[in-house]
Design a protein around this ligand. Sequence first.
Ligand code: AHG
Ligand code: MN
Ligand code: MN
Length: 323
Amino acid sequence: MTTFADYLHKQSTEFSLDNQLIETVRTIVNACITINSQVRLGALSGVLGEAGTGNVQGEAQKKLDVIANQILIDALKNCPAVAGLASEEEDDFVSTNEQGQYLVLFDPLDGSSNIDVNLSIGTIFSILKKPSGSLNTASFLQKGSEQVGAGYVLYGPQTLLVLTLKHGVAIFTLNAQSEFILSKLNPTVSEQTAEFAINMSNQRHWEAPVQRYISELLAGKDGVRGKNYNMRWVASMVAEVHRILMRGGVFLYPKDNRDPSRAGKLRLMYEANPLSLVLEQAGAASSNAHQRMLDIVPEGLHQRVAVILGSREEVDYVTQLHQ
Ligand code: AHG
Ligand code: MN
Ligand code: MN
């Protein structure tokens, strides 16, 4: 049996990882264990329902969005290794500890629309090295490929931690004593798949290449792709990505014509980059339909992006349709 603490120790000795990085990861994971205890109790701890507030992106916040955000902020403020944080639920970045060498970006609760109906939700996190000098927004605007670690905690039928420190991916399951125990090492995503995930209700707004791609999949055996495809839509990107990590698949949240000023719905810094790093570490691919996700130079903390990720053959196919 390998505990999360054993795993961190082994990674840090094997790859000479810096102590501050290990402390940062440990702090994030402990905060997620606290979030988990709130999620698990649901109505019994009064955490369900609307918060009655909105975030910087103009989205209504659920009580658990606010609670999870605060748990992470409080924990990171108390971690000397963390110089600053940025959250989907905060207007601006927050400076935390001057001596810190790391920056943490997070979506405290992904899949908020699923909270009140008891479907899978999760916390997504991304860790960057703090550039030298004083902390400002630009310190956070690093390409996804610069992340030193990323992962998520999925509050599903089991609570799982999925982590990469850029030496493969490790999956842990939370036991009855609230400890994460290693349950799978280095999952790999198959190059081919016959399963896709997209919100079909947006079909009329899609651009031509996505229209064509999905119609080819729907044509199944009778179409150019020559095989039948199955569809899933959880509406929690974190759960969607976990399914892809476990059994392959392709996930799309494309740019559409609803709001031409928006590149997509999902957020580059809090969702797309960390989940893309996990998937790339497992052999999958991720793009914004034009370039590799992790190569995008960010322009803003809350930047939106089109997302196509998962089994390599499909991601490459969709990217090629956009050329
Ligand atoms: P969040 O709950 O953090 O706002 O993110 C929700 C995102 C993502 O998790 C999911 O894939 C997508 O929104 C669902 O969108 P639809 O409402 O179009 O299904
Ligand atoms: Mn989200
Ligand atoms: Mn969220």
